[in-house]
Design a protein around this ligand. Structure first.
Ligand SMILES: *Cc1c(COP(=O)(O)O)cnc(C)c1O
Length: 435
């Protein structure tokens, strides 16, 4: 009569006292483990799971960490994928984040025991990487850097910007709306496709606070076009007292041979910009951050503005940024610099491993992209493993999610956005969903 397993559902207290689940509760928190226990109790009650397997099933259902974001293998071929958290941090940056996570010397000079400047290490690393800058400041992201510049330098006054540079960066984020929200008055010059130096100089007046250049990171205007670049504008503004601020977006430190149209921080300052702004998590390959570099007097005005306190970054961001700049080449830059022959060799090896296990897997040529980081038209030669279309969804929903893309009725896993040390794990993930 009592043999029915449904009547033998293990008690919550008993399961929570099971040594492996008790250890998991100490690591992940009691609530997460309790939720998993209640789910398996339900499965036992419904007859789906034998009572003896309850503890093991609860253990298997637990997440790897108490935190909410899941690590995903990016096989999309898009190097800086905004939906996947943009740049992956280097191992050096991850270690620096872990080390900085406890109490740290972020604002304490350990030699004197007095308060020290916040984030001195990261700022020093930025100045070492961009010698044309006199001073640097780090805020939450590039949008925050723009908001701080417009508020501290141009609130209630005019900010001159070309109509061709009033861009939408993504997901409804429109730079002109952000600028207008700060109380700066936008003084638009030129047309969508053409703007001249005279358009800018003709707009200058007693109320002009800033001339802003914005790099149109995600589109290209072609045909009958003309723009005034920093090198052309800087001499015209010299002596007017109006600072020239350039939002370069991608965070490239120096020119990159594959990216001739992406402005970099060093060259833009050397060409005469007074301030440059960029993201930390695009082509720089670091944490989400807004980098501001340039003239000391302007950086000081930004640092002293009350809004800076609301936009500054935490100790882990400072640590990750410093390690990105001083440490080994970060992942995004390694992916960018990978030779196509290496990618073909890796795709061949991975496809062979999967085919040997009986899967319909073949190595194919592919085209990768920078993504949200810039260079919208750049096609990076790449190599991929092609699988039947039906793999896309189970791979995405797997314990170790893999995101690829669909092309020609197949699931394509592009290896340019995967690091070589992740190939084995990618193979394991594909073999795991075959079952
Ligand atoms: C990406 C980008 C931004 C926004 O940067 P976030 O760091 O995401 O705030 C602003 N300006 C330009 C030119 C960009 O390319």
């Amino acid at each position: 009569m009592t043999a029915d397993p449904r009547r033998q559902v293990p008690r919550t207290d008993t399961l929570l006292a099971e040594p492996r689940l008790a250890a998991a509760a100490a690591r992940l928190g009691r609530e997460l483990v309790k939720d998993a226990v209640q789910t398996v109790q339900q499965r036992v009650r419904s007859g789906e799971l034998p009572p003896a397997d309850a503890a093991g099933a609860a253990l298997a259902a637990l997440p790897g960490t108490a935190g909410g974001l899941r690590p995903v293998l990016n096989a999309t071929g898009v190097l800086v994928h905004t939906n996947l958290g943009r740049a992956p941090l280097s191992a050096a940056a991850v270690e620096a984040v872990a080390a900085a996570s406890g109490t740290t010397d972020v604002e304490l000079d350990l030699a004197t025991g007095r308060r020290g400047p916040r984030g001195e290490g990261a700022l020093g690393a930025l100045l070492a990487a961009v010698p044309a800058a006199e001073a640097a400041l780090v805020v939450n992201n590039c949008a925050a850097a723009l908001a701080l510049v417009a508020t501290a330098l141009a609130q209630g006054r005019e900010l001159v910007v070309s109509r061709g540079e009033l861009v939408e960066i993504g997901d409804g984020f429109r730079i002109p709306e952000l600028l207008a929200a700060t109380g700066a008055r936008l003084r638009e010059v030129g047309t969508t496709n053409r703007v001249s130096l005279a358009d800018y100089t003709g707009a200058l007046g007693p109320d002009t606070a800033v001339v802003l250049k914005v790099h149109p990171s995600n589109f290209v205007v072609r045909g009958f076009t003309r723009a005034a670049d920093v090198a052309e504008l800087a001499p015209a503004l010299a002596g007017t007292g109006v600072p020239l601020v350039a939002d370069v977006g991608s965070g490239l430190l120096r020119p990159h041979p594959l990216l001739p149209d992406e402005p970099d921080l060093q060259s833009t300052l050397a060409a005469g910009a007074d301030l440059v702004l960029a993201s930390g998590d695009k082509l720089l390959g670091g944490p989400q951050a807004g980098l501001v570099l340039g003239r000391t007097e302007l950086v000081q005005r930004l640092r002293r503005h009350p809004l800076y306190r609301a936009l500054r970054v935490d100790k882990t961001t400072l640590a990750a940024l410093e390690a990105t700049l001083r440490g080994p080449q970060p992942p995004v830059q390694r992916m960018l610099d990978t030779a196509p022959a290496d990618l073909r060799r890796r795709a061949g090896a991975l496809a062979a491993r999967l085919a040997a296990a009986g899967l319909d897997a073949v190595a194919v040529g592919s085209t990768a992209r920078i993504g949200g980081g810039g260079a919208p038209e750049l096609e990076l030669p790449s190599a991929a493993v092609s699988l039947p279309a039906g793999y896309a969804e189970p791979l995405r929903r797997a314990a170790r999610p893999v995101v690829g893309h669909l092309a020609g009725g197949r699931t394509v896993l592009d290896l340019r956005s995967v690091l070589p040390e992740q190939d084995a794990e990618l193979g394991d993930a594909v073999l795991a969903v075959r079952a």
